[in-house]
Design a binder for this molecule. Sequence first.
Ligand code: CP
Ligand code: NVA
Length: 305
Amino acid sequence: MQVRHFLQFKDLTQSELDYLFRRAAVLKRMLKQGELYQPLIAQSLAMIFQKNSTRTRVSFETGMYQLGGTALFLSPRDTQLGRAEPIEDTARVLSRMVNIVMIRTFEQEIVERFAKHSAVPVINGLTDEYHPCQILADIFTYIEKRGPIKGRTVAWIGDSNNVCNSWMQAAQILDFNLHVCTPPGYEIEPERVGNFDSMHVECFTNPNEAAIGADLVTTDVWTSMGYEDETEERKLDFADFRVDEEMMQLAHPDALFMHCLPAHRGEEVQAEVIDGPQSVVWDEAENRLHTQKALMEFLLIGKVQ
Ligand code: CP
Ligand code: NVA
């Protein structure tokens, strides 16, 4: 079987994504029913974290364990990566010892170089440019709650960051509309995301206008990891880009609210929204586990149903 990676959302086709969403639902049901399913006995996942994480680490580690395998947490603090061992050499060595690798790092180029020298599947667990695993979970959550996402409208309010870039790729592949509303100076950067598809992505300057009629409103922190020096400036620049109740009222009455978390109540989202009835953030976080189990199973075994 040819080695497949998941470095960007567009690395999977529409039919593979549809399969993963169906499979994640099956794996979730099996877990809830207490059914043991361990196709990955004696297999191991190496998780390289060059940035902090709660959800990504716990969902991958627990997911691999539930599938019968084991997971290793590797940080630059206690590996040779922190002492400048080339990423290519690390890829060659790890892929002789483990079966699959997940990396959270800075530039997308790092995961691309790793994958090029890896004999085993590599998963992007977040880079400066993309966070594809997050969007797998978000769309699975949407489907669970409201059915197919095709033709629906998602409003992205905030920074044109890694999560936003992955939403843009998803809109094109899964054929839904994405309203992207960023403050001046934080617009989508085509050089980071490639040419975005104006059939599916519409840019707005007024967040309330972007939310009108949306089936899903979503946002993220104003300052992503790696950009901490800009925190104070961003607080001023993003002040009018908080998802609040007024904005949610402009969305479709049935609209959901999502946030990849961690959240800052009172900054990018009003507490009444994230803790309110339209918010599905806890299911969204849990679904990282189920979708990533489906992803690891797919990359290691292929389709099983
Ligand atoms: N949403 C997300 O990736 O969370 P962590 O940073 O906690 O992994
Ligand atoms: N955009 C955020 C996502 C955190 C899960 C970041 O990169 O920090």
